[in-house]
Design a binder for this molecule. Structure first.
Ligand code: ARG
Length: 577
């Protein structure tokens, strides 16, 4: 909550207390009711007083009037804001003086640190995200895990948490049995070295096509995976090679996004850590035999059983997740362990979270699953096994090419090298922004045209606005203009400051809801306010020197806030476009 919101809610709760005598409301309750009205003519913050009508047994307009009278009479807001009554609402308008002599200097002083906090001091958060399945395509379905996960990491870091980002690679499981069988039957080493992960995917797709007519292939694959689990050296060598080939491609994508992980311990890392957990499950009497397989019965919790061992003794996805969680609890002693995956895996997480609780691990309630919806392109769902998939790499490359064409027209003076690094940042940024504008749990239809529209609510528009603030700063420096926090002279300046004032609250909200889209939408608010200000108020051409220097300070503040906000949602800022 901003300081001003805190002050207003404290003043309101004090007034409500006078009206109700024994109210149980706290300033936090009131703060939760305070809203930023979409119609700004209504004020900067509004309190809907119908919230109190039951407790106070009064009509909302009367409540609003009574609180207003009390607040004005007591001078509780101390000149930081004024209030007025409109129907059942109490509207607050933040004072220019507060914005210019408290908010703006704070942003100027803190720069890109402005908006952060220490909520997470001394706490550790493990984040498990991206985690593609080796030798399968790294496709648009992984975009969510990769960028939501990385944003959540940055957001937590900005709130003072110590964060460990883990790429829980899907580098173990029967699919490797399939890959080994397919490679031995139809693969060619040189072709794979040259064609990379695409060739591995082609083998995987072929395996499934052939297995439709020849079900024995599935048995062969299972046997081969079993050999791998037993440590067969030839199979292990092939498996390692599949991983290397896959990583060559993933690293291109991670580099474009500016993402690095603190750990790449994938599923295979837990091979020798699973027996201890299986043993514990057995000791606790949690394992049941079901058609030869070992399961944990979860019918009491209205869930299908959690599979721990197949009838041939091989382990499964949940077995590895349980062993991984135990390892992470021991290694990192986490306060939260966050898993970012498609919502289709929600049941999987609910199941094994419950198993961990039944096993008696005290940290079971620190596990958090953060699911996200499906992405389609032009309404088509994207299947993994058919080969009909959109690869993340292709998606980024298409965007980069298109942006490159656009900026060649917009800014022909850019040098070749500059142009290609800007096109990469803006192209990738466009895709990420478009994706992260969506509430994560909602299914979305991805439209490249919408993502790349420089005039829409897009990444390129936001990045362009950021670049504009950079260019003004550069010119000011050349002209020797020094920013000052003088006075607010227009409504545009005032509204821009009100929006900047909200940043810290936006950050907390995004962390609380595990929702980067809160930041993305906020970026658009800042851009809209800044561009209105830019068009209506001359900055470096302002006649009055004090006005000019203040507007420069405002531009600089926008630069800091936008710069930080863009990096929180995994977008690389560019100083020029
Ligand atoms: N590799 C899985 C997939 O691509 C995601 C792994 C998520 N993390 C986990 N600990 N299960 O669907």
């Amino acid at each position: 909550m901003t300081d001003i919101k805190k002050l207003i809610s404290e003043a309101c709760v004090a007034s409500v207390a006078k009206l109700a005598h024994d109210t149980a409301l706290s300033a936090d309750d009131v703060a939760a009711y305070l809203e930023y009205p979409p119609d700004r003519a209504m004020g900067d913050l509004a309190l809907p007083c119908f919230r109190f009508s039951r407790e106070l047994r009064m009509a909302p307009p009367k409540i609003a009037a009574a609180i207003a009278e009390d607040i004005i009479g007591s001078g509780a807001l101390n000149g930081t804001a004024s209030c007025s009554v409109v129907g059942g609402y109490l509207n607050f308008r933040i004072a220019e003086e507060y914005l210019i002599s408290t908010v703006l200097p704070m942003i100027m002083e803190q720069g890109e640190d402005y908006g952060g906090n220490n909520d997470g001091e001394g706490k550790t958060v493990v984040l498990d995200y991206s985690s593609p399945n080796v030798a399968k395509p790294f496709h648009i379905g992984h975009l969510g895990s990769t960028v939501i996960g990385h944003s959540l990491k940055k957001l937590h870091e900005f709130c003072g948490y110590k964060c460990i980002g883990i790429n829980h690679l899907g580098d173990w499981g029967t699919q490797f049995g399939k890959m080994i069988v397919a490679y031995r039957k139809w693969g060619d080493r040189e072709q794979i070295e040259a064609g990379g992960v695409d060739e591995l995917v082609a083998l995987y797709v072929r395996f499934h096509a052939e297995a439709e007519n020849d079900p024995a292939l599935e048995d062969e694959a299972r046997a081969e995976f079993h050999k791998l689990e037993e440590g067969d050296p030839e199979d292990l060598a092939l498996w390692r090679w599949f991983i290397d080939v896959s990583f060559k491609e993933y690293n291109v994508t991670y580099k474009q996004l500016g993402i690095e992980f603190d750990s790449y311990a994938g599923e295979s890392f837990y091979t020798d850590k699973m027996p201890e957990q299986v043993e514990l499950l057995r000791e606790k009497g949690l394992l049941k035999l079901d058609d030869g397989a070992s399961i944990v019965d979860l019918s009491e919790y209205n869930m299908p059983p959690c599979l721990i061992l197949r009838s041939d003794g091989s382990t499964l996805y949940p077995t590895r997740d349980i062993a991984a969680a135990v390892y992470r609890a021991r290694t990192y002693n986490f306060d939260k362990c966050i898993y970012v995956t498609a919502a289709a895996q929600s049941l999987h997480f609910a199941q094994w979270f419950r198993v961990v609780e039944l096993m008696g691990y005290p940290w079971y309630d620190r596990l958090v699953h953060v699911p996200y919806g499906m992405v389609s392109i032009g309404g088509e769902k994207l299947a993994t096994r058919t080969g009909n998939v959109i690869l993340l790499r292709d998606l980024f490359n298409t965007a980069i090419e298109k942006v490159s064409d656009i900026i060649s027209v917009k800014n022909p003076s850019l040098s070749g090298e500059e142009k290609s690094s800007i096109a990469e940042a803006v192209g990738v940024g466009a895709v990420v922004f478009h994706y992260l504008l969506n509430n994560r749990i909602r299914d979305m239809s991805f439209s490249m045209e919408d993502a790349l529209n420089f005039d829409g609510n897009t990444g390129p528009y936001a990045m362009y606005t950021y670049a504009r603030t950079c260019s003004i700063k550069r010119r000011a420096e050349a002209d020797g203009v020094v920013p000052i926090c003088g006075a607010v002279t227009t409504e545009e300046e005032r509204q821009l400051l009100v929006t900047l004032c909200r940043f810290g609250e936006v950050v907390r909200g995004a962390v609380h809801d595990y929702e980067p889209s809160v930041v993305t939408r906020y970026i658009l608010d800042v851009c809209a306010d800044f561009n209105r200000f830019y068009h209506d108020c001359p900055i470096l051409n302002a006649e009055d020197a004090r006005v000019k220097a203040t507007r420069l300070a405002l531009t600089s503040a926008v630069n800091s806030v936008l710069g930080r906000a863009l990096s929180l949602i995994c977008i690389k800022k560019t100083e020029k476009i």
